[in-house]
Design a protein around this ligand. Structure first.
Ligand SMILES: C[S@@+](CC[C@H](N)C(=O)[O-])C[C@H]1O[C@@H](n2cnc3c(N)ncnc32)[C@H](O)[C@@H]1O
Length: 346
């Protein structure tokens, strides 16, 4: 599954803004933008937008480029904009949540590329709520509607919200919500990594890109000698699920872009990671390499780093460059697990 925070293309953003650019609609002084990311066509509208972005690297970029950003919207607005994604349930939930954020009479504008199935979302919304207008340009669909004056949430929107609530993941006893990485099953790579856990693990441990907490939950169940576990994850929604899944006083949760380094804390005895391998719709080994560098910088001398990665990803050279010993523990089901031992003094 693609990471939910794949970059939206500029055309989709242009299509979203088209009714305003053409003067068909008016954007009030304060409007929200869901799944926001910085983009050239948005600059003109920047001062009016409150941008929602739960993925930390994009959130950081929004702030750095002068946007107002929040991980989760609250309050009431006269207008809202949504960039649709390829996940139907996520779009429906965003539209339902947007509805609750609109003041009576508020305007909602949604846009999505044809390639991600925006036409079918448009049909759904038309059937459920009725559209005020729509247009098709830049290989994308843009449609808009207005909230009525009453404050009652239509039943179908309550259903759309419920469908995006966290759900049990297989027989794990854990939950995850749609849109997060591998939300309906345990990832094959993570399962393989857990099979490679050592007989004993103790001390301070970190899980880089911890997602909804599968590896962290297993670590704390299996190793009572772990004294503290820091879970680092960029997607705030996944981290919320991890907080539910990993109910153990030894766990601490950090909303962080691991690629930009870990906080300056005491070095770890063990680090585990199933790093992300997608950015902007394409495989990006640089991301995994940045995770390796962050792990290496934050591990103690003779500390151990357990990493799983898709077999085709070229991480071994980076591991060997950083760590004293690199052992390939297993290769199976398209994945490799490495155990690396640190060589540097701190
Ligand atoms: C391959 S998944 C593994 C998730 C989880 N450990 C598991 O076993 O299911 C990688 C995770 O890294 C997160 N991620 C992506 N980019 C990140 C970044 N720059 N910093 C921290 N986490 C990131 C993703 O949201 C995703 O949850």
């Amino acid at each position: 599954m693609l990471h939910p925070a794949v970059m939206t293309d500029t055309f989709q953003i242009k299509a979203l803004l088209l009714p305003f650019d053409k003067g068909e609609l008016e954007l009030p002084d304060q409007a929200f933008l869901m799944r926001a990311e910085p983009a050239e066509p948005l600059i003109e509208w920047r001062s009016r937008l409150i941008c929602e972005q739960s993925f930390k690297p994009l959130y950081d970029r929004l702030l750095a480029e002068g946007y107002r950003a929040v991980p989760r919207l609250e309050g009431r607005y006269g207008a809202g904009l949504i960039l649709l994604t390829k996940h139907k349930a996520e779009n429906r939930a965003n539209i339902a949540r947007a509805w609750t954020l609109l003041a009576p009479g508020g305007l909602l504008v949604c846009s999505g590329a044809n390639a991600i199935g925006a036409a079918s979302v448009e049909k759904d919304v038309d059937r459920a709520l009725g559209l005020e207008g729509h247009l098709s340009k830049h290989q994308a669909r843009t449609f808009w509607l207005r909230r009525g004056q009453d404050d009652v949430l239509p039943g179908v929107l309550a259903e759309w919200l419920a469908a995006a609530e966290p759900k049990p993941v297989e027989e794990t006893g854990l939950i995850a919500r749609v849109g997060c990485f591998s939300s309906d099953h345990v990832d094959t790579g993570s399962r393989l990594l857990a099979e490679c856990f050592p007989e004993a693990m103790a001390g301070r441990v970190a899980d880089l890109g911890g997602g909804w907490g599968y590896l962290s939950a297993r670590l704390l169940q299996e190793f009572p000698a772990i004294t503290g576990l820091d879970i680092y994850e960029a997607e705030a929604l996944a981290l919320d699920d991890a907080r539910i899944n990993v109910r153990d006083g030894r766990a601490t949760f950090h909303w962080l872009d691991v690629a930009s380094g870990l906080p300056d804390v005491a070095p770890y005895d063990w680090i585990v990671s199933n790093p992300p391998f997608h950015e902007a719709k394409k495989a990006d080994p640089a991301l995994g390499r940045a995770f390796i560098t962050s792990a290496w910088r934050s591990i103690r001398r003779r500390g151990k780093f357990l990493l799983v990665a898709n077999q085709h990803l070229p991480y071994e050279a980076e591991l060997r460059r950083r760590f004293r010993e690199v052992e390939l523990l297993t290769v199976r089901d398209g994945f490799k697990v490495y155990l690396s031992t640190n060589r540097h003094d701190r």
